[in-house]
Design a binder for this molecule. Structure first.
Ligand SMILES: Cc1cc2nc3c(=O)[nH]c(=O)nc-3n(C[C@H](O)[C@H](O)[C@H](O)COP(=O)(O)OP(=O)(O)OC[C@H]3O[C@@H](n4cnc5c(N)ncnc54)[C@H](O)[C@@H]3O)c2cc1C
Length: 410
């Protein structure tokens, strides 16, 4: 059942902004303006509305869920080497498990598990440490040897593997369905989402951000949130701040229908970090991934066909049945990378009334529910309540406190 929530708006606990005339005439006002309507923007808006904060306006240059979120594989996993990633999933997965009750839409969450293959002694050492950490945080995770990996997925070639780590509760959901459903619930709760509204500038008065400008007019806000995914570095520069997020192209390939008798429908989301290859079912076909670690930063999402021979070779090596598969289509999207491959949910150091929720480095779909909740709590209460958001603080880079998350698959 969809929860009934308060509709009366609360104001933020920030001092009222000093009102300044805007170049483009009278500005619209909001308590919070969020730039970007991907999973991070709509999740923040939804949680602000749940907390009764408003009015909230989301400004999206294109349409809801038109950025990286729509292009994601939808993977949701507990398998991280750092505590933060595990905890973010622990909080987010319950939202995906109860999604239909909260948002009225079936997210197509298929909990067929996550299987991360181990191909070297180094990977085995990381796996042993990660499994111990994940278990200490209550995650059901198994460290399988090569024989057990093959028993779980008989279609895998395990000759060159030392084993795999397996988390049966994990899986994948439909990112477009989820983000648009969250946006719809946010609207029900009073959030305004303006599509085709590109933010072109920020209005600053000294160290304080007062709002944003678009071609259609200006918005004055008690707080402004940058939620622009891979574009957050560019958008941050419009505000005169350095948001350390860079775009990294990532490809996905779909096969034509492939018999479930050969690779079952309930197969886990499989990642082969050694060869940057991934595989999961997508309806009657298979969704394959192949990354290139030396991919230069850039905003191009053109499909690089030169990846296909290596993809096919790796696919057939790992799952020999795929010799009979046929590639049907491909797409590329952008990961939003930070230097430590960990997201940012934070006030911007040294700037008043400007916040960032971005940089989840390829983990943003799965962590969107809790990240938006933490951002909303930071805005409403001045601090996160549901879990410690300290490791997501943007100041960590300047303080030299960033810890790279090694289980990031680019
Ligand atoms: C191929 C691929 C596979 C992935 N697989 C997974 C996965 O399995 N699991 C997982 O958790 N994550 C995955 N990800 C990562 C995930 O997609 C991202 O982490 C997540 O979608 C980021 O959400 P976001 O809201 O920050 O960004 P986005 O969804 O990109 O949203 C940002 C929005 O900001 C808008 N915008 C930009 N500039 C402006 C402006 N000036 N004014 C107004 N609006 C603006 C854009 O139009 C866009 O709609 C994958 C990503 C890719 C590309």
């Amino acid at each position: 059942m969809i929860a009934v929530l308060p509709r009366r708006f609360k104001r933020l606990s920030v001092e009222p902004a000093q009102r300044l005339p805007y170049g483009g005439g009278v500005a619209e006002t909001a308590e919070v303006v969020i730039v970007g309507a991907g999973i991070m923007g709509v999740s923040t808006a939804y949680h602000l509305a749940r907390l009764g904060v408003g009015p909230v306006v989301v400004l999206e240059r294109d349409t809801v869920c038109s950025g990286s979120t729509a292009l994601a594989s939808g993977g949701i996993r507990h398998q991280y080497a750092n505590r933060l990633g595990v905890e973010l999933t622990t909080h987010s997965i319950v939202t995906y498990e109860r999604f239909k009750d909260e948002f009225g839409v079936d997210p197509n969450f298929r909990q067929h598990g996550y299987l991360i293959l181990i191909g070297s002694e180094d990977e085995l050492a990381i796996a042993r440490r990660s499994v111990a950490l994940q278990r200490s945080l209550g995650v059901h995770v198994e460290l399988l040897d090569a024989a057990a990996t093959r028993a779980l997925c008989p279609y895998l070639n395990t000759d060159d593997l030392l084993g795999a780590t397996y988390t049966p509760r994990d899986g994948y959901a439909d990112p477009y369905l989820c983000a648009t459903a969250i946006a719809a619930r946010a609207r029900d709760l009073g959030v305004t989402i303006k599509q085709q509204h590109e933010v072109r500038g920020f209005v600053r008065h000294g160290d304080r951000v007062l709002g944003v400008t678009t071609a259609a007019g200006s918005y004055e806000a008690g707080a402004t949130v940058i939620a622009t995914g891979a574009w957050s570095g560019v958008v941050g520069r419009l505000a005169g701040v350095d948001v350390p997020v860079s775009p990294h192209r990532r490809h996905k390939f779909m096969t034509a229908p492939f018999p479930a008798s050969r690779i079952p429908a309930a197969t886990p989301f499989i990642i082969d970090p050694h060869t940057s290859f991934s595989l999961r079912r997508e309806g009657p076909g298979l969704l394959l991934g192949h990354g290139r670690r030396d991919e230069p930063d850039g905003f191009s999402t053109e499909i690089d066909r030169s990846l296909e021979p290596a993809l096919i070779e790796r696919a057939i090596h790992r799952a020999p049945a795929l010799a009979d598969a046929e590639l049907m289509r491909a797409w590329a999207g952008l990961y939003e990378m930070t230097p430590d491959q960990t997201g940012i949910v934070s006030a911007v150091p040294g700037v008043t009334a400007l916040h960032v929720i971005a940089g989840f480095s390829g983990h943003g779909f799965m962590h969107g529910p809790i990240a938006g909740q933490l951002m909303a709590e930071l805005l409403a209460h001045g601090h996160a309540v549901t879990m410690d958001a300290g490791p997501l603080d943007m100041g960590r880079f300047a303080r030299g406190e960033a810890h790279v998350e090694p289980l990031t698959f680019v």
